[in-house]
Design a protein around this ligand. Structure first.
Ligand code: PGA
Length: 255
């Protein structure tokens, strides 16, 4: 089955222009709804977006004072203060630079003793805060979103994930050795992501080109988790030229 393609696809000239475009979308979300609930992502792809958002904040154009955030995922087993934790990443790249209230920041607790309770609790908190208005996503080379790895079924809600070898290998670039990469993570599920009112997916670099092409053209299958986004009503995809290389240029809006 192939879903109806209702995504807005933007091809930016390069990584910087992709990041600026993404930051503008997030900034306008915050401007229009100052108490927005943002879903946030980590990894190499969104660092430029956060940098640009911080710049917009420093110019006094937006405030995070009433913004609430939920991160997609966290490595299981890492303390917040571990430099490889996603908590640490978010603090370094965004939270320490803006006026967000830390009580409005939610990231799964990678050290939770009762993981099932942590996952249930995370879902409840998202609901209590009114659901996610805008979810930022990257995409793994294997087509994962959050840490929803290729599988025989879509995992609906926040859950403990066993990371794919491909993901462990890809993420080892952030660690001093591959042995240090955690083997598990807590991740929002596919339903959690799909319930977001709007989704903004970013991809940069030629190593993502094939995955991006498949995300948009492949049948919808848990073996390619990002393919589910074909069924979401409000997805914007921002690519740099390298990530868009396999798409037919004329079909997509050019910046
Ligand atoms: P990356 O990760 O931005 O570091 O490429 C993306 C992802 O794995 O979702």
């Amino acid at each position: 089955m192939k879903g109806s393609l209702i995504m807005q696809i933007i091809v930016a000239d390069n990584y910087d222009s992709m990041s600026k475009r993404a930051a503008n979308i997030i900034a306008s979300q915050i401007t229009l709804k100052p108490d927005s609930v943002l879903g946030l992502a980590t990894g190499a792809t969104p660092t430029g977006t956060y940098q640009e958002l911080v710049r917009i904040y420093q110019e006094g154009r937006i405030s995070f004072n009433d913004v609430v955030t939920f991160n997609l995922d966290e490595y299981y087993g890492l303390e917040r203060v571990n430099e490889q934790s996603y908590w640490y990443y978010m603090y370094q790249h965004l939270f320490q630079h803006v006026d967000i209230k830390m009580e409005n920041v939610y990231i799964p607790n990678g050290r939770a003793a009762d993981v099932e309770a942590e996952c249930r609790d995370y879902e409840e908190k998202i609901s209590t805060r009114g659901g996610i208005d805008l979810q930022l996503l990257g995409i793994g080379r294997n087509g994962h979103i959050g840490f929803n790895e290729p599988d025989i079924q879509f995992e609906a809600l926040t859950h403990l994930v066993k990371l794919d070898n491909e993901t462990i290998e890809a993420n080892s670039r952030f660690f001093s050795s591959i042995d240090e990469v955690p083997r598990e993570a807590i991740s929002m599920g596919i339903k959690t992501i799909m319930k977001s009112k709007k989704i903004l997916l970013l991809a940069s670099g030629e190593e993502k080109a094939k995955t991006v092409y498949r995300m948009l053209n492949h049948k919808i299958t848990p073996e390619l988790p990002a393919s589910i986004l074909q069924l979401h009503q409000a997805v914007t995809v921002i690519l740099d030229k390298a990530a868009a290389a396999l798409l037919v240029a004329a079909t997509y809006k050019k910046l």
